[in-house]
Design a protein around this ligand. Structure first.
Ligand SMILES: [Zn+2]
Length: 265
């Protein structure tokens, strides 16, 4: 048993370094019981497990164009040590996107990148409605976290490759790592330098994380949980359960995200 695991079992948290979760949400979600949806409740949970920073896309920003990203700006300004935001993009409201991009540069203390949810919004990743975001991100080498799912018409492997062939400078985080198309996710990481895999929902299938580590190492794997949808303790413990070394776990939970977000935090 490695020392980090001992620490986690004994104290119920990671204390050796500050964990960064790059895939979080916040706020009420229709039809779902999520007990920790307010920032204060989320902070309590984060502190209980050693998560220093959550990078989040608010549910209201993704699904309620009247509220949009202003709720993210308010929360990050209130809790700058705990949260950073993704600027959520709803492709059905082009004027909102233009306004968000215009104010993006002035909000460097709030945003670390953009969040896309093509499956939910029913607009494929390569559709021109996202073009303004990709062009901005390419020019500024910005981060884009997109939901991805293997076989999806909207954000599956074909759509992801269309984007990566065109845009080589932006940094694309594949949320859920093209779930269930694991070999393709590995191939994509080998072929494109500007892409990262994110672990939310990946560890619901045993052996996948081990396969990622064996084939592509741990440098471009990021810790993400969809918190408050999923539980930090479970996700951290899964890394230990997969038999990863302390060094690999530290990279996934902290260092990879730290370097990726360095200019923002
Ligand atoms: Zn998400």
């Amino acid at each position: 048993m490695n020392k980090l695991w001992e620490e986690f079992l004994k104290n119920g948290k990671i204390e050796s370094f500050p964990v960064i979760d790059v895939h979080c949400h916040m706020g009420f979600f229709y039809g779902s019981h999520l007990p920790y949806i307010e920032p204060e409740k989320m902070i309590e949970r984060m502190e209980s497990v050693g998560v220093k920073l959550c990078v989040f896309a608010h549910h209201y920003s993704l699904f309620n164009p009247d509220i949009g990203n202003k709720v993210v700006i308010e929360i990050v300004k209130k809790y700058p040590d705990k949260f950073r935001g993704y600027c959520s993009i709803n492709p059905h409201y082009q004027n909102n996107i233009k306004n968000d991009i215009n104010s993006y540069d002035k909000l460097k203390d709030v945003y670390v990148g953009f969040k896309l949810l093509p499956d939910y919004h029913r607009v494929p990743l390569s559709n021109k409605r996202y073009q303004i975001v990709f062009e901005y991100a390419e020019e500024n080498k910005s981060i884009i976290l997109t939901h991805t799912w293997g076989g999806s018409f909207y954000n599956g492997e074909n759509e992801v490759e269309k984007i990566l062939k065109k845009y080589r400078k932006l940094k694309l985080i594949l949320g859920h790592s093209l779930h269930n198309c694991w070999d393709k996710a590995i191939e994509i990481v080998k072929n494109y330098e500007n892409v990262y895999l994110e672990l939310c929902a990946v560890i619901d299938e045993r052996g996948v994380l081990e396969k990622f580590i064996e084939k592509i190492g741990s440098d471009r794997i990021l810790y993400g949980t969809d918190f408050p949808w999923f539980n930090h303790h479970y996700y951290i413990a899964s890394l230990f359960g997969a038999g990863l070394s302390e060094n690999e776990i530290k990279k996934i939970l902290y260092l990879n995200a730290f370097y990726l977000l360095k200019k923002y935090t």
